[in-house]
Design a protein around this ligand. Structure first.
Ligand code: ADP
Length: 395
């Protein structure tokens, strides 16, 4: 059987990303992003065979974007597209794994939308447009939350009155599950340990950041909660704050819920602390030049990350390795080194030369000789979504 092609769709409210994944090739045959959907300046950018191209698509919505992308995909796949895998942010408690998209699954995703009002409706727009355009292709949903459905109750419950959980679904769900799963399986392969007999801590550090404890291939705890705001410091998200902050700001400054939500999600984190940028590269350069805000942002980021990893260790029977991934985790020796420096009680130590050279897509060990494993493992959520889609096609 020739190697199969899967189109991976990651649909946000104002942008859609596409990757055409061939099961036999690490490199994607085609990458497309359509930005500013609905706006007069909507644009499509695509990369194929190392060439970058762009097209204006004024006022394009999700369906128009997909209709433009489809011919590119068909050409890149030589007319041989075997399925579509959709990233869906929230699967609630209902979806514990990827599933084929039928009427019942779509209704299930819609029912969970109150838990992810910004994300699930956008994901559904992409799904519905894709099903209308390609009714005969098998389509699959892969959920960011599904991997964390193995959390034990003592890890997923908040200490809140029980009816908030039982009647309204208020609990910790966790996100980035596709990435945590992918890198922990890669780490097992890299070290020759069986997935089902290994224990990992993972720090996924991109624009969003989260930590995870993974035992025998299952998530046992994670830093994100009901929403992707809980946990460690992120690009523009605050991570954990005192839950009384909302009422404090409302009472003392008269802020509305919308203002507080915008501040915590879009104006905080590295951006809020530094007053400069949400981008770690920019902050590292500014720190080199003595920028106080950038220096503080990096210090808080690393300290809070180390604290979260230490907390996650409560879920592990032993540690086979700590994995760094995501744009920052894969490329910032500074963040890795500073974070490990806060974890001396765990007997962790870094080899600074290995740390410095393990960047830009390289995978490998960066611990000092004789110390517990520290791994850098590039994530690949699109590939994992394609693999999950293929597994369901085979089932
Ligand atoms: P997303 O969560 O949007 O997928 P990424 O995983 O691409 O984001 O991560 C983006 C982050 O990675 C940004 O903060 C960016 O500055 C950081 N990053 C990328 N390359 C480097 C680098 N060489 N050094 C430090 N940080 C980097």
């Amino acid at each position: 059987m020739p190697a199969r092609n899967i189109l991976v769709v990651n649909c946000g409210s104002s942008s859609i990303k596409f990757a055409l994944v061939n099961e036999d090739h690490e490199q994607f045959s085609l990458n497309v992003i359509v930005e500013r959907l609905g706006g007069a300046d909507a644009q499509m950018h695509w990369q194929q065979d190392g060439k970058q191209q762009s097209l204006m698509l004024p006022h394009a919505d999700h369906s128009v974007a997909l209709a433009h992308v489809f011919p590119l995909v068909q050409a890149a796949a030589d007319g041989q597209l075997h399925g579509i895998g959709h990233r869906v942010v929230h699967g609630g408690e209902h979806f514990t794994a990827a599933c084929r998209l039928d009427h019942a699954a779509i209704a299930g995703i819609r029912a969970i939308a109150p838990l992810a009002p910004l994300h699930n409706p956008a994901n559904l727009q992409g799904i519905e447009a894709a099903i209308t355009l390609f009714p005969s292709l098998p389509q699959v949903a892969v959920f960011d939350t599904a991997f964390h459905q193995t959390l034990p109750e003592h890890a997923y419950r908040y200490a809140l009155p029980t009816p908030l959980y039982s009647e309204h679904g208020v609990r910790r769900y966790g996100f980035h599950g596709t990435s945590h799963r992918f890198v922990s399986q890669r780490a097992a392969a890299m070290t020759g340990l069986p997935v089902n007999a290994s224990s990992w801590l993972v720090a996924h550090l991109g624009n969003g950041c989260s930590t995870c404890a993974i035992v025998n291939g299952q998530s046992r705890d994670t830093s994100m909660g009901l929403t992707p705001l809980e946990g460690v410091v992120m690009g523009t998200r605050s991570g954990d704050v005192d839950p009384n902050l909302h009422s404090h700001l409302a009472r003392t400054l008269g802020w509305s819920l919308e203002q507080i939500e915008t501040m915590l999600n879009k104006e905080s984190g590295l951006l809020g602390l530094s007053g400069l940028s949400n981008d770690m590269r920019t902050l590292e350069q500014a720190r080199e030049q003595g920028h106080a805000g950038a220096t503080l942002a990096i210090e808080v980021f690393c300290y809070r990350l180390a604290k979260s990893l230490a907390a996650m260790s409560c879920a592990l029977p032993h540690l086979d390795g700590l994995i760094f991934t995501g744009g920052i985790g894969e490329n910032s020796p500074l963040v890795r080194s500073k974070t490990i420096a806060h974890l001396k009680l765990f007997n962790l130590a870094i080899d600074e030369q290995a740390n410095a050279r393990t960047v830009r897509g390289a995978a490998g060990s960066i611990q000092a000789q004789g110390y517990p494993r520290l791994l850098v493992v590039p994530t690949n959520e699109e590939r994992q979504i394609a693999l999950d889609t293929l597994a369901l096609l085979d089932a």
